[in-house]
Design a protein around this ligand. Structure first.
Ligand SMILES: NC(=O)c1ccc[n+]([C@@H]2O[C@H](COP(=O)([O-])OP(=O)(O)OC[C@H]3O[C@@H](n4cnc5c(N)ncnc54)[C@H](OP(=O)(O)O)[C@@H]3O)[C@@H](O)[C@H]2O)c1
Length: 230
């Protein structure tokens, strides 16, 4: 049985991915900060859970000790701070980079990856197209995007890819957007993404079906980046 670790797996895209992988017969461990969220995930889909804050190296080390060797890792935990460039504070920068970049960096560095393992990092569509208010968030995701390509070259015994979700209807999206309608209208397919839309792409990248795929970014956005809606 394959073992997969998902950070930020207690909700949204991470939880949907955990559900897909469990349905496919894998052992799945999900990590996150909130014990309540993790308890719900455990009850709902029967995954193993570990409370860990990926912005702290000591938590990441303890997480890897608990989980042991893995066949695949989805470094998905992330936070969003969206504000005008001039209004971003030092505290915002420290908080976002601590989870979105430092957290992902040490999660991959510390993971006990079996030879042939697959690593998927969660980036964002904003890496591909400027979006007002996303200077800090996008910079953190561009670093993740860059990391994947360097690691592809440096660690050829594993595969490393990124997914770049578009507007996905999760807690993060709804916490930052009052009215989803103007966002929906920017998407060629005319709908917001569901967490499952991303989960199926991640499950493909984690699987043997993607055995010759590495160093790539998969934009899962219903045509947000690639097209002007009719
Ligand atoms: N939704 C979108 O439109 C969209 C678009 C592009 C990219 N993304 C990316 O997708 C990923 C998942 O986000 P989501 O949309 O599914 O939103 P979400 O439901 O808010 O999921 C984020 C998860 O990350 C966990 N998390 C946050 N900080 C953490 C930390 N320091 N340590 C461990 N876990 C942490 C949260 O749980 P706790 O609070 O319990 O820790 C939560 O379960 C993020 O990286 C996000 O940037 C989302």
């Amino acid at each position: 049985m394959k073992t997969f670790l998902i950070t930020g797996g207690g909700s949204g895209i991470g939880l949907a991915t955990a559900r897909v992988l469990v349905e496919e017969g894998a052992r799945v461990v999900v990590a996150g900060r909130s014990p309540e969220r993790l308890a719900l995930a455990c009850k709902e889909i029967g995954v193993e859970t570990v409370v860990a804050d990926v912005s702290k190296l000591s938590d990441v080390e303890a997480l890897m000790e608990t989980v042991g060797e893995v066949d695949g890792l989805f470094a998905n935990a992330g936070v969003g701070v969206f504000a005008e460039f001039g209004k971003i504070t030092e505290e915002d920068v420290d908080r976002v980079l601590a989870t979105n970049f430092k957290g992902v960096y040490f999660t991959v560095q510390q993971a006990r990856l079996k030879p042939g393992a697959s690593v998927v990092l969660n980036a964002s569509w904003t890496v591909h197209r400027g979006f007002p208010g996303a200077s800090l968030y996008t910079a953190s995701k561009a670093a993740v995007h860059s990391l994947a390509r360097t690691l592809t070259a440096e660690m050829p015994h594993v595969r490393v890819n990124t997914v770049s979700p578009g507007y996905i209807a999760t807690d993060m999206f709804h916490e930052n957007v009052e009215d989803g309608e103007p966002f929906r209208r920017q998407v060629a397919m005319g709908r917001l993404g569901e967490p499952e839309d991303v989960a199926h792409v991640v499950s493909f990248l984690l699987s043997e079906r993607a055995a010759y795929v590495t160093g790539q970014d998969f934009v899962v956005d219903g045509g947000l980046v690639g097209a002007i809606p009719a």
